[in-house]
Write a protein that binds this ligand. Structure first.
Ligand code: UN1
Length: 501
């Protein structure tokens, strides 16, 4: 695999030294082999990078937005041309199965397309003025340097959601990827630089990547020249970053943990529900922030659906994600496996009946951490169910009334994604209404994961409140000015105030 990885990196335009001469080791979760050694940036390097980014932004902001969109269009073209290579690298470095690696790069392409269109919009309002001969309007102007902190599980797509919007909005970007996935970040940066070369007139340092650990993220969070820090990852990371940025009155866009549930109502199409639950719970080895961690099943269908779920779970193929047929790849590392094991032990202690779990493929891959998907039938929503464990564990709960199901669904600290399977229109509407799901995403008859980029993505409570990707999420990357323009020959004061001199 090392050879495959080297060939991919070469094709993607990465020089040997940048992944062989460093101090940060990179391992593939597929077999645990070391696939690289990358340079780690210091806090001082972050300081220099932010300075360069600021300079770049001061030039970039003057380009008309549709021209900025042209760079993002060229970047999208690079991604299209190198989709399979970048996807293969995602598979090797993050352990995703092939179709999910391809899907991740497709998300990058989609957000580029979206951002290109947006670059001809970025519109404000005109607002009625109370004063004669006056006009009021709003403008959205470039914000500054955007810092992006991303996680291992979507090592490149989440950066792209942020960077594509940030760039068309007239900003520069500094990226601190997960220290577990620096190679895909370097490859993405190389593709971006190809687009910059084709574009011809972009300032240097429009987008930079700095590899390293938490200290680097903290240096970014503390730097007052970074206007917006967009951070995706655990709630723990958000707690470290958010208050630091707030302390200097910077802007934060947080996309943190989820504890997403699917409610299955008596009228549900159980075939659809089964498919939605299986992909949601076990796809990406349970390592999406949108992963379905809980299923809340109506008592009348609980036994039937549980039996079908359990049969399907036991038949899911855990395997090397590069091999055809594998649906569930490895966990990212041993710590992730240990967290899964301890959650399952807690589930048992808390009265749960646990199926599956435990290590898989230990003989074939002794240095990797494959886990058998688990299902835990819980007597109640106990403490362990309320935690986000980033692993393929599905907790099964039972309900009698929709009110009870919604209360259970909302009674967790996180608020990212949620879904109901029902053919009852009233139930679906109640679930999406004010007293329904408290999440940023509330779906009907599809699962909790796999959102399209056209919608705003993010959630409430411990999920952090930020919205990325589609809809009007672009506004987070711009500053709003309100302009009142007087074209009369008088100067009337607002609110009828008199100040005659
Ligand atoms: C994440 O896991 O951080 O909705 C993002 C989804 C994907 C994005 C997940 N489009 O599952």
């Amino acid at each position: 695999m090392n050879e495959t990885c080297k060939n991919l990196l070469t094709t993607l335009g990465i020089a040997g030294a940048s992944y062989t001469e460093g101090t940060l080791p990179v391992h593939s979760p597929i077999d645990g082999a070391r696939i690289g050694l990358v340079q780690e940036a210091s806090a001082a390097a972050m300081h220099v990078a932010v300075g360069c980014a600021l300079q770049a932004q001061q030039e970039w902001r003057h380009l008309p937005a549709p021209r900025r969109g042209e760079l993002v269009r060229l970047f999208g073209a690079e991604l299209r041309a190198h989709k399979s290579e970048l996807a293969a690298l995602v598979a090797i470095e993050a352990g995703k199965v092939t179709s999910e690696g391809l899907g991740e790069v497709q998300e990058m392409i989609d957000i580029c397309d979206f951002a290109v269109g947006l670059s001809r919009q970025l519109h404000g309002l005109t607002i009625a003025s109370e004063r004669p001969g006056h006009r009021m309007m709003e403008q959205w102007l470039p914000l500054g340097v955007v810092g992006i902190i991303s996680a291992f599980n979507f090592p490149v797509a989440v950066w792209a959601w942020n960077a594509a919007l940030a760039l068309v909005c007239g900003n520069s970007c500094v990226w601190k990827p997960s220290e577990k996935t620096p190679l895909t970040a370097l490859a993405t940066q190389a593709l971006f630089e190809r687009a910059v070369a084709k574009f011809g007139s972009a300032p240097a340092h429009l987008s930079q990547v700095l590899n390293g650990g938490a200290a680097l993220g903290e240096a970014m969070a503390d730097d007052a020249r970074v206007a917006l820090v967009s951070a995706t990852g655990s709630t723990r990371m958000g707690r470290a970053v958010g208050p630091r940025v707030a302390a200097r009155f910077g802007r934060c866009l947080l996309e943190l943990g989820g504890n997403n549930a699917i409610i299955v109502a008596p009228s549900a199409d159980l075939d659809l529900a089964l498919r939605g639950i299986l992909f949601g719970a076990y796809g990406t080895a349970g390592q999406r922030c949108t992963t379905t961690r809980r299923v809340i099943i109506h008592a009348s269908i609980h036994a039937e659906l549980l039996a079908r779920l359990e049969r399907a779970r036991a038949s899911l193929l855990v395997g090397n994600p590069l091999e055809a047929g594998a649906l569930i790849g490895p966990l990212i590392d041993g710590a992730a496996f240990a967290a899964m094991e301890s959650a399952l032990a807690a589930a048992r202690e808390q009265g749960g009946e646990v199926h599956g779990g435990g290590r898989a493929l230990a003989q074939a891959y002794p240095q990797a951490w494959y886990a058998r998907p688990a299902l835990a039938v819980m007597p109640a929503q106990t403490a362990v169910v309320k935690q986000e464990t980033f692993a393929p564990i599905l907790y099964v709960l039972k309900y009698q009334s929709l009110e009870e199901a919604i209360a259970l669904q909302n009674d967790v600290p996180q608020g990212l994604s949620s879904a109901i399977f029902t053919n009852d229109l009233r139930e679906a509407e109640i679930f999406m209404a004010a007293g329904g799901s408290d999440c940023g995403i509330a779906n009907v008859n599809i699962g909790t994961s796999g959102a399209e980029i056209g919608g705003a993505f993010g959630g409430e409570k411990e999920t952090g409140g930020g919205r990325e990707s589609g809809s009007d999420a672009w506004r987070a990357y711009m500053r709003r000015t309100t302009n009142t323009i007087n074209y009369s020959r008088d100067l009337p004061l607002a609110q009828g105030v008199r100040f005659d001199v």
